[in-house]
Design a protein around this ligand. Structure first.
Ligand code: H2B
Length: 99
């Protein structure tokens, strides 16, 4: 996939409307999720990992507290947020609904 450009602050605000469960933290968007148990978290991590490989865009994934996952999305190549981050956030939201 081609590497998109950094988004303007105005476009970031627009994209955030599509992913209301994500929070802007510095140059990234972050979502924390609590699931039923550890195995459910691992299942979600695996689903995200496969998608990340497909689109060649990789979030930071932090498992903590046995049933929680913190997902941090940023485009490292560009030093901030791009369309790729919001596309992956939307996809991850669909995985969470099904986990
Ligand atoms: N993931 C993230 N989150 N940011 C990047 O800039 C990035 C990546 N770059 N995954 C990708 C890999 C790039 O290095 C390869 C060549 O696609």
């Amino acid at each position: 996939m081609s590497r998109p450009q950094l988004l303007s602050p105005e476009l970031i605000v627009e994209h955030c409307k599509d992913v209301p469960l994500w929070t802007i933290v510095e140059q990234s968007i972050v979502r924390e999720i609590a699931l039923q148990n550890f195995v459910a978290v691992i299942g979600l991590v695996n689903a995200i990992a496969i998608q990340a490989e497909v689109i060649e865009h990789h979030p930071d994934l932090h498992i903590f507290g046995w049933n929680k996952l913190r997902i941090i999305l940023s485009t490292h190549d560009k030093g901030g947020l791009t369309e790729l981050d919001f596309a992956l956030a939307k996809k991850i939201d669909t995985f969470v609904l099904n986990s």
